[in-house]
Write a protein that binds this ligand. Sequence first.
Ligand SMILES: [Zn+2]
Length: 191
Amino acid sequence: MEEETRTNDLARVLSGLRDYTVLDASETSDGLVVEVIASRLDAPCPVCKKVSDRVKSYRTSIVIDSHSHGRRCRLLVRRRAFRCVTAGCERKSFTEATSEVPYRARVTTRCRDQIGRAGRDRPTASVAAEFDVSWPTACKAIKTQAERVVSQRSKTPPRRLGIDETRFWWKVPWLTGLVDLDTGELVEVIE
Ligand SMILES: [Zn+2]
Protein backbone atom coordinates (compact mmCIF):
# COMPACT_ATOMS: atom_id res chain seq x y z
CA MET A 1 0.00 0.00 0.00
CA GLU A 2 2.83 2.34 0.96
CA GLU A 3 4.63 1.39 -2.26
CA GLU A 4 1.50 2.13 -4.31
CA THR A 5 1.07 5.57 -2.69
CA ARG A 6 4.72 6.33 -3.40
CA THR A 7 4.31 5.30 -7.06
CA ASN A 8 1.18 7.46 -7.38
CA ASP A 9 2.97 10.46 -5.85
CA LEU A 10 5.94 9.95 -8.17
CA ALA A 11 3.66 9.75 -11.23
CA ARG A 12 1.87 12.92 -10.15
CA VAL A 13 5.17 14.80 -9.71
CA LEU A 14 6.42 13.64 -13.12
CA SER A 15 3.17 14.50 -14.90
CA GLY A 16 2.98 17.94 -13.28
CA LEU A 17 -0.84 17.70 -13.36
CA ARG A 18 -2.55 18.88 -10.19
CA ASP A 19 -6.07 17.71 -11.02
CA TYR A 20 -5.34 14.20 -12.33
CA THR A 21 -4.20 10.81 -11.18
CA VAL A 22 -1.93 8.87 -13.52
CA LEU A 23 -3.37 5.42 -14.31
CA ASP A 24 -0.82 4.19 -16.83
CA ALA A 25 1.95 5.30 -19.16
CA SER A 26 3.39 3.76 -22.30
CA GLU A 27 5.97 4.63 -24.91
CA THR A 28 4.97 4.58 -28.57
CA SER A 29 6.90 5.37 -31.74
CA ASP A 30 5.24 8.81 -31.60
CA GLY A 31 6.13 9.58 -27.98
CA LEU A 32 4.66 9.11 -24.57
CA VAL A 33 1.01 8.27 -23.85
CA VAL A 34 -0.12 8.93 -20.29
CA GLU A 35 -3.52 7.70 -19.18
CA VAL A 36 -5.09 9.94 -16.54
CA ILE A 37 -8.35 10.42 -14.68
CA ALA A 38 -9.54 13.42 -12.65
CA SER A 39 -8.63 12.92 -8.98
CA ARG A 40 -11.88 14.50 -7.83
CA LEU A 41 -14.72 11.99 -7.71
CA ASP A 42 -17.47 14.53 -8.33
CA ALA A 43 -18.04 17.61 -10.46
CA PRO A 44 -20.36 20.63 -10.56
CA CYS A 45 -23.10 20.80 -13.19
CA PRO A 46 -22.19 23.64 -15.60
CA VAL A 47 -25.79 24.94 -15.52
CA CYS A 48 -27.09 24.66 -11.92
CA LYS A 49 -23.61 24.34 -10.27
CA LYS A 50 -24.83 21.50 -7.99
CA VAL A 51 -22.07 18.96 -7.38
CA SER A 52 -22.84 15.42 -8.51
CA ASP A 53 -21.03 12.14 -7.93
CA ARG A 54 -23.49 10.01 -9.91
CA VAL A 55 -21.33 8.66 -12.72
CA LYS A 56 -23.34 7.86 -15.83
CA SER A 57 -20.55 6.65 -18.09
CA TYR A 58 -16.89 7.05 -19.02
CA ARG A 59 -15.45 8.27 -22.29
CA THR A 60 -11.85 8.58 -23.37
CA SER A 61 -10.26 11.39 -25.30
CA ILE A 62 -6.77 12.04 -26.60
CA VAL A 63 -5.38 15.42 -25.57
CA ILE A 64 -2.06 16.82 -26.81
CA ASP A 65 0.17 17.86 -23.91
CA SER A 66 3.52 19.64 -23.52
CA HIS A 67 6.61 17.59 -24.29
CA SER A 68 7.76 15.38 -21.42
CA HIS A 69 11.42 14.54 -20.84
CA GLY A 70 12.26 15.28 -24.47
CA ARG A 71 9.37 13.31 -25.94
CA ARG A 72 6.05 14.25 -27.47
CA CYS A 73 3.32 13.56 -24.95
CA ARG A 74 -0.36 12.79 -25.25
CA LEU A 75 -2.85 12.36 -22.45
CA LEU A 76 -5.42 9.63 -22.69
CA VAL A 77 -8.04 11.30 -20.50
CA ARG A 78 -10.71 9.10 -18.96
CA ARG A 79 -13.59 11.55 -18.58
CA ARG A 80 -16.57 10.83 -16.39
CA ALA A 81 -20.04 11.83 -17.52
CA PHE A 82 -22.22 12.66 -14.50
CA ARG A 83 -25.99 12.80 -14.10
CA CYS A 84 -27.17 16.15 -12.75
CA VAL A 85 -28.81 15.68 -9.31
CA THR A 86 -31.07 18.74 -9.55
CA ALA A 87 -34.64 17.86 -10.49
CA GLY A 88 -35.74 19.80 -13.56
CA CYS A 89 -32.22 21.02 -14.51
CA GLU A 90 -31.94 21.44 -18.27
CA ARG A 91 -28.65 19.51 -18.25
CA LYS A 92 -29.54 15.90 -17.59
CA SER A 93 -25.87 14.94 -17.78
CA PHE A 94 -22.51 16.60 -18.25
CA THR A 95 -18.87 15.66 -18.75
CA GLU A 96 -16.25 16.69 -16.20
CA ALA A 97 -13.71 19.32 -17.09
CA THR A 98 -10.78 20.98 -15.31
CA SER A 99 -8.71 24.11 -15.85
CA GLU A 100 -5.90 21.84 -17.04
CA VAL A 101 -8.08 20.00 -19.57
CA PRO A 102 -11.16 22.15 -20.32
CA TYR A 103 -14.38 20.80 -21.77
CA ARG A 104 -13.86 19.50 -25.34
CA ALA A 105 -10.18 20.56 -25.29
CA ARG A 106 -7.89 18.76 -27.73
CA VAL A 107 -4.79 20.43 -26.25
CA THR A 108 -4.01 20.92 -22.53
CA THR A 109 -4.06 24.47 -21.17
CA ARG A 110 -0.34 24.42 -20.37
CA CYS A 111 0.52 23.19 -23.88
CA ARG A 112 -1.72 25.87 -25.43
CA ASP A 113 0.08 28.54 -23.36
CA GLN A 114 3.44 27.15 -24.44
CA ILE A 115 2.39 27.26 -28.12
CA GLY A 116 1.26 30.86 -27.62
CA ARG A 117 4.62 31.88 -26.12
CA ALA A 118 6.61 30.01 -28.81
CA GLY A 119 4.67 31.84 -31.52
CA ARG A 120 5.75 35.28 -30.35
CA ASP A 121 8.90 35.23 -32.47
CA ARG A 122 8.52 32.16 -34.70
CA PRO A 123 6.45 31.28 -37.77
CA THR A 124 3.11 29.68 -36.88
CA ALA A 125 3.75 26.68 -39.16
CA SER A 126 6.99 25.81 -37.35
CA VAL A 127 5.31 26.02 -33.93
CA ALA A 128 2.38 23.90 -35.17
CA ALA A 129 4.82 21.24 -36.44
CA GLU A 130 6.80 21.20 -33.18
CA PHE A 131 3.71 20.61 -31.05
CA ASP A 132 1.98 18.41 -33.65
CA VAL A 133 -1.15 20.56 -33.77
CA SER A 134 -2.96 22.00 -36.80
CA TRP A 135 -2.05 25.45 -38.11
CA PRO A 136 -5.44 26.98 -37.02
CA THR A 137 -5.00 25.55 -33.49
CA ALA A 138 -1.50 27.04 -33.19
CA CYS A 139 -2.69 30.36 -34.66
CA LYS A 140 -5.57 30.56 -32.17
CA ALA A 141 -3.24 29.84 -29.21
CA ILE A 142 -0.76 32.50 -30.41
CA LYS A 143 -3.57 35.05 -30.86
CA THR A 144 -4.98 34.33 -27.37
CA GLN A 145 -1.54 34.73 -25.82
CA ALA A 146 -0.90 37.98 -27.73
CA GLU A 147 -4.27 39.39 -26.63
CA ARG A 148 -3.46 38.49 -23.01
CA VAL A 149 -0.07 40.24 -23.21
CA VAL A 150 -1.66 43.33 -24.78
CA SER A 151 -4.44 43.47 -22.15
CA GLN A 152 -1.85 43.29 -19.33
CA ARG A 153 0.12 46.22 -20.69
CA SER A 154 0.32 49.47 -18.81
CA LYS A 155 -2.42 51.89 -19.84
CA THR A 156 -0.21 54.90 -19.03
CA PRO A 157 0.89 56.66 -22.23
CA PRO A 158 4.68 56.55 -22.88
CA ARG A 159 6.69 59.49 -21.55
CA ARG A 160 9.22 59.24 -24.39
CA LEU A 161 8.34 57.68 -27.75
CA GLY A 162 10.84 56.04 -30.09
CA ILE A 163 10.17 55.54 -33.81
CA ASP A 164 11.76 52.79 -35.84
CA GLU A 165 11.26 50.94 -39.12
CA THR A 166 10.50 47.29 -38.85
CA ARG A 167 9.71 44.44 -41.22
CA PHE A 168 8.38 41.02 -40.22
CA TRP A 169 8.91 39.33 -43.58
CA TRP A 170 10.82 40.34 -46.71
CA LYS A 171 7.69 40.18 -48.90
CA VAL A 172 5.77 42.77 -46.88
CA PRO A 173 6.61 46.50 -46.87
CA TRP A 174 8.45 48.21 -44.07
CA LEU A 175 6.30 49.29 -41.12
CA THR A 176 6.75 51.97 -38.51
CA GLY A 177 7.16 50.73 -34.95
CA LEU A 178 6.44 53.01 -31.99
CA VAL A 179 8.39 52.08 -28.88
CA ASP A 180 8.15 53.25 -25.27
CA LEU A 181 11.76 54.33 -24.63
CA ASP A 182 11.48 53.88 -20.86
CA THR A 183 10.22 50.28 -20.89
CA GLY A 184 11.45 49.16 -24.32
CA GLU A 185 7.93 47.91 -25.05
CA LEU A 186 6.54 47.98 -28.60
CA VAL A 187 3.48 50.24 -28.35
CA GLU A 188 2.10 50.07 -31.87
CA VAL A 189 2.97 49.06 -35.41
CA ILE A 190 1.55 51.21 -38.20
CA GLU A 191 1.91 51.32 -42.00
ZN1 LIG B 1 -27.72 20.84 -13.33
